[in-house]
Design a protein around this ligand. Sequence first.
Ligand SMILES: [Zn+2]
Length: 441
Amino acid sequence: MAVEILPLGGLGEVGKNMTAIGFDGRYIIVDMGIRLDSILNYEDADLGTMSREELISINGIPDDRKLRGRDVRAIVLTHGHLDHIGAIGKLAGAYNAAIYGTPFTIELAKRVIREERSRKVKNRLVVVEPGGVVEVDGIRLEFIRATHSILQTALVAASGGGSTVLFASDFKLDDEPLLGARTDYGRLRRLGKRGVLAALVGSIRVDEPGPTPSEAYARDRLREVMEDVTPSRGAVLVTTFSSHIVRLKSIVDLSFELGRTPVLLGRSLSNYCAAATKLGLVDFPHELTIHGRPNAVRNTLREVERARRDYVVVATGHQGEPTALLTRIADGERPLKIVKGDEVIFSASIIPNPINESNRRILEAKLQAQGARIHRNVHVSGHAGRRDTVEFLKLVNPEHLIPCHGTRDKLQFMSDIGRGLGYSRERLHMLENGEALRLGG
Ligand SMILES: [Zn+2]
């Protein structure tokens, strides 16, 4: 069996993940993501109307031209983050293949496809339960449960003709995820015993000694900060990743517990919460206020302005995005004004790129100038640190190791870990986007 691994994005960068895996010339594609900083860099960027070629030329989506015309049988999505699914509206239509993912991932994929205005995506969408297995034309696809910062993340094991390739880009080993399943250690161990020809392993946080703290630890940190700030008379604003349903649940629960009413405001917060609630993945209280539409957001903020000490405002804008709600509030463009004594909690880290760093600096300066106190990085990462990575590699014990998803220096860290575990140069592969690796056959 000849196995080919062809990464098309995500190597030497953060974002636009896409990898093709071929078994004797029949391919599956794993993930189709966007690279947000490239798109934000481009002044007139509108993902909905820009063409595939334009987006490839600005490095916003993977360059899949090497793959076109080949025999692709399935498109597999590992999880619902946009750097893994955001480009399906642009790229999936070029392949006559169904799209497979867990229920939450497929629900989010539908929303990406709905926003696509420049081309039609007609690929069939197939839901696979977490832990499930599907067989597509002799290629077996296992969706192994894993913890990350979004619900229903899967590590995908693709097997054909007795060879297995494991795709493990975004995950951590969290034994207290609070919501959703733990990483399926037993399954990974069995996979390792059966034999894994190659594993692609994500490198984003691999330079941190780890272990990556659990989501329960994030909730404890949030509790400390919120206990400190909620007795004040000021407004309390919290911002986090809109797709991070578990974190949002912690913020909502803690707000009620500490005697304030949480209100979730902003379009993307409303979208992700609606998707999770629809699938029954989270049980937010019935009376919880969640609004995405501008008028409803304004009305709620007017109410908060009248009784500032009664609410916790959960708003979009953790990266300081200029058009997000938190920035609008800081700019004085919404009915809630920031005054001395207000508290702003960032339950998120800065996704490291120059645009985010600059946006966040500007936002924090505006908030502070108006008298708010800032609480930074009340957060834990969703990515494996060094300790998680070593444990994972020992469990799965792949014959070949391919560092993936990360800037060049992070891929190098992963490579160093591999060498420390005894991987020789023949078994360790530092690939680049568009560079194929052929094994066996
Ligand atoms: Zn992710």
